[in-house]
Design a protein around this ligand. Structure first.
Ligand SMILES: [Zn+2]
Length: 468
């Protein structure tokens, strides 16, 4: 029987794993980690491989850890087949997966303490190590966008840019059993048409099943003008001679902010203020965005290349690669902009800058991404002049903290609904699966799609087998 099962990103936004089986083969699309609170996500990831996932092939849609993070664990548990991804995803994984292994090792004592406190007696050990990561990287096979790959007589796939992050792809998977073809389109995380960094997603043709994400199933559209909000906050802080700290995710968000600042600099809109980018992982990722410029937003790239410019390099922008320079910038009281990871301030170099600068009321933390409840980013946002603890030390957060929405690489609700309308117009859809959204968001999308006349919409249950 041809069937499909979802082992993650079901009523939640992490842990993406989708298994499609023909009568004799199994293809796993994505093998992501559950992310969130460190102890509960550790326990969720420790259950892997759930229900003995034992694929013959793995296709990876993109390098975000909630889609790629358990690949080394799969290899550790005996998977020896190919892992197909775009060349850019492969290059990103060479940095992301070793980083994930390092973070896991570093977090282990904290997780162990958290679990002991809540009464768990089981052994706490890393889910995989650097050797598992390097073994898994040897199994990658890079497949460019638009190239059809025949896995068996019955199964083939093709990757198409879904404009979410560098190298990210929607997967078209065709299972042909005795002339009965199932053509599945897995959007994975879907970009949108307002990105300065990515192109616009294309609509699939000749498909029968749609699997679509619903991360922003509750948010209609990008609120306001995020670029103007970013500029206004920079100018305001500059005028009061404060420092601006922008915590940003290493992939895509950091490069988006750099591009926006570069454009504002070219348009003479930015105050004369030094900009520092300080993130060992982020700097490597930015290098890859430079390498794959042909994957990026054509209009934006044209704007820079017409003037003979590198989009990620301009006067006044400095990439920091040395801890001595980090300390110099962090301790200085001169106004500047610092872009650093991580986005929710839970790890990374940004914590050094926060420790040195949040007790000064002139300074401003500009959050350009969502901060989950309980993270340092959220605590700063909700508690001006309140105490926060960073790496065991107490600080009073006198700085201003502002959240600017609208830089996300995910499609908003209006775009998702129009996307499904268009896909349904171009294809004879048999089923629509809604995944990768919190319960309220997924149900909202289902209701709205039903109101628009769409049928056979499924919100999958975890591990449940659906006949294609
Ligand atoms: Zn993603």
């Amino acid at each position: 029987m041809n069937s499909i099962r979802f082992y993650g990103a079901v009523d939640e936004v992490t842990g993406s794993k989708i298994e499609v089986t023909s009568w004799k083969d199994s293809v796993l699309m994505d093998c992501g980690s559950f992310q969130g609170h460190r102890d509960s996500s550790y326990l969720a990831n420790k259950k892997f491989p759930e229900e003995n996932i034992n694929p013959n092939f793995v296709i990876l849609s993109h390098a975000h850890i909630d889609h790629a993070g358990m690949i080394p664990a799969l290899v550790k548990h005996g998977y020896s087949g190919n892992i197909y991804s775009t060349p850019a995803t492969y290059d990103l994984c060479k940095h992301m997966l070793p980083d994930a292994a390092k973070v896991m090792e570093k977090d282990l004592p904290i997780i162990s303490k958290m679990l002991a406190r809540s009464g768990h007696k089981q052994n706490v050990d890393v889910l995989y190590d650097e050797k598992d990561v390097s073994d898994s990287l040897k199994q990658f096979v890079a497949v460019p966008y638009g190239e059809k790959v025949k896995l068996t007589e019955e199964i083939e796939f093709e990757l198409t840019d879904n404009c979410h992050i560098l190298g990210s792809a929607s997967v078209k998977l065709t299972v042909d059993q005795k002339g009965r073809k199932h053509k599945i389109w897995y959007t994975s995380d879907l970009g949108h048409d307002k990105s300065i960094l990515s192109n616009k997603p294309v609509y699939p043709q000749d498909i029968t099943h749609l699997i679509i994400e619903t991360t922003y199933g509750n948010k209609s559209t990008i609120p306001g003008d995020p670029v103007q909000a970013l500029l206004d906050n920079i100018v305001m802080t500059y005028r009061r001679k404060g420092k601006i700290i922008i915590p940003a995710f290493s992939i895509h968000r950091m490069q988006t902010i750099i591009l926006i600042l570069h454009k504002l600099y070219r348009e003479n809109a930015l105050p004369n203020i030094p900009i520092y980018v300080d993130s060992p992982l982020g700097n490597k990722v930015t290098g890859l965005y430079g390498k794959y410029k042909d994957h990026l937003n054509e209009e934006t790239m044209d704007y820079f290349t017409r003037q003979g410019l590198d989009p990620f390099v301009f006067d006044g922008l400095t990439y920091i690669n040395d801890i001595a320079d980090t300390m110099l910038v962090s301790k200085s009281s001169d106004p500047c902009i610092i872009i650093s990871a991580s986005g929710m301030c839970e790890g990374g170099m940004v914590r050094t800058y926060l420790k040195d600068n949040i007790q000064n009321s002139l300074n401003h933390v500009l959050l350009v991404g969502y901060s989950a409840s309980g993270t340092l980013g959220r605590r700063l946002l909700e508690g001006r002049n309140e105490q926060v603890i960073i790496d065991g030390e107490k600080y009073i957060a006198k700085c201003q903290t502002t959240y600017i929405e609208g830089f996300s690489a995910h499609a908003y609700l209006d775009y998702l609904l129009d996307y499904v309308d268009k896909v349904a117009e171009l294809n004879k859809l048999k089923k629509i699966y809604l995944i990768h959204g919190e319960p309220d968001a997924v149900r909202n999308v289902k209701n709205l799609l039903q109101e628009r006349g769409h049928k056979n919409i499924i919100i999958p249950k975890k591990g449940y087998e659906y006949k294609l």
